[in-house]
Ligand binder design. Structure first.
Ligand code: SF4
Ligand code: SF4
Length: 428
């Protein structure tokens, strides 16, 4: 791959932050950390290959065609490459820029356009999502989902399979008995959009556990989507709108710490400073909000949370990409789980390799998502654990669907729900 010498005056297309491309020294240390490279063994489906592709597009050496878009689309945005890269390449920023470039300049085929538009029109809006899912709630209450599956077309059936049981029971942690101390740190749990509709127990349990640990839990007046879905799908303008709304609401809350049950949302908020850096009216607030992002396990450990009882079971822990690669949190959830009397942790192979969920990736790229989901569940099932604990609702849905398909006895459960279950076993 010979490169033309770059000069200051060379015109480049606005594919991504062009200067950031030069952080990559093409060493290839990232490729074996990339799920799509592992699956396809094609250089252009590796981080290094995609960086080369972005650079070629920017320099006009490559046309934006079906092939180049395919390689960019197939990226999960998991950021496994950022963890592996010794040169500090900001791959997440690069791919988000490239995705916006694709959406501005490439006309997708009808079905792909329809699929992406449907996700974009519904997912960030909890009211729309609730309305759309209302019939399925009734179907689930009547236990008719298996019958419904048989009459649905394949594409819809695959989407329905990813949804948790909408009328299902979920564990709830006990309410805090004591009021927080007057000087207790204020914590906000951002309820997200998809999570509050499909897995609100994860938000409620995060709040109850934090309150029980002594934090003052404050609630947001308005919760807008964090913008991650839009950033990952190239809709930068709406992502900015969501980010501005969230920065204002989070600033007004007076929170000392901000977290989300969805690690992808946490990372999106943690990057508001970068996202809004060119907007002087809000840049300082965005940076301040971003600096307060924490994760549930670190906050509970810092407050000395302890399980109130023994809970005998075996657990394997799946590292959600954005928590591990985005926020660098790996040890805290494991330490928290290991602190529960009776819990035995069994590490799985490739615990930080993406499960294929990746926001809405499993809806827009179902084949690759299924392949990665199968690989992940192979590794989970090999541990023989009773539970696979994770800190992201998307991973839960993706892994649970694959575990159901193979009738596994292992239960996929969010960390907050697991701690609730371990606290009192109360399932409602
Ligand atoms: S992204 Fe980083 S690890 Fe990958 S080829 Fe470039 S410099 Fe090497
Ligand atoms: S973000 Fe994930 S899928 Fe995309 S290039 Fe990096 S490691 Fe590969």
């Amino acid at each position: 791959m010979d490169e033309a010498p770059i000069t200051q005056s060379m015109p480049v297309q606005d594919v991504c932050d062009y200067d950031l491309l030069f952080d990559c020294v093409h060493c290839g240390l990232c490729v074996e950390a990339c799920p799509t490279y592992i699956a396809t063994r094609r250089e252009m489906d590796s981080p290094r290959g995609r960086i080369y592709l972005m650079k070629s597009l920017a320099e006009g050496k490559l046309q934006l065609d079906d092939d180049s878009v395919r390689h960019l689309d197939l990226c999960l945005g998991c950021r496994g490459c950022e963890t592996a890269c010794p040169s500090g390449v900001h791959y997440g920023q690069l791919i988000e820029g490239a995705r916006a470039f694709v959406e501005r300049n490439y006309r997708r085929r009808f079905f792909d356009r329809f699929r992406r538009s449907a996700v974009s029109a519904v997912f960030p809006y909890p009211l729309r999502m609730r309305a759309l899912l209302a019939p399925l709630v009734i179907v689930d209450r009547l236990g008719l989902r298996p019958a419904l599956r048989t009459i649905l077309p394949r594409a819809l059936r695959d989407w329905i399979d990813l949804l948790p049981r909408l009328a299902g029971a979920r564990p709830l942690a006990p309410e805090a008995h004591a009021a927080p101390a007057a000087d207790a740190p204020r914590v906000v749990v951002h309820h997200g959009c998809v999570a509050q509709v499909l897995a609100n127990s994860e938000n409620l349990n995060s709040e109850r556990l934090l309150a029980a640990a002594g934090y003052r839990v404050v609630h947001l007046e308005n919760t807008a989507c964090c913008g991650a879905l839009d950033l990952h799908s190239g809709n930068a303008a709406r992502a900015l709108d969501f980010a501005r709304a969230n920065v204002s609401a989070l600033k007004r809350s007076g929170a000392d710490a901000i977290l989300s049950a969805a690690s992808g949302c946490s990372v999106a908020i943690a990057e508001y400073g970068q996202l809004l850096k060119n907007e002087p009216a809000i840049a300082d607030d965005a940076r301040a909000v971003a600096s307060k992002v924490k994760d549930l396990s670190s906050l509970l450990l810092a407050a000395g949370w302890t399980a109130p009882r023994e809970f005998r079971c075996t657990v394997t822990y799946h590292d959600a990409c954005h928590l591990a690669h985005g926020l660098g949190v790996r040890e805290a959830p494991r330490r928290l789980l290991a602190s529960i009397p009776g819990v035995k942790i069994i590490e799985m192979v490739e615990s930080d390799l993406c499960c294929g969920s990746a926001g809405s990736y499993n809806l827009t790229e179902p084949e690759m998502a299924r392949e990665l989901g199968r690989r992940k569940t192979d590794n989970i099932v090999a541990t023989g654990a009773d539970y696979v604990v994770l800190a992201n609702p998307g991973c839960e849905f993706q892994i649970a669907a694959e575990l159901r398909r193979r009738k596994s006895k292992t239960t996929a459960i969010h960390l907050a729900d697991f701690l609730a279950l371990a606290s009192n076993g109360d399932v409602r």
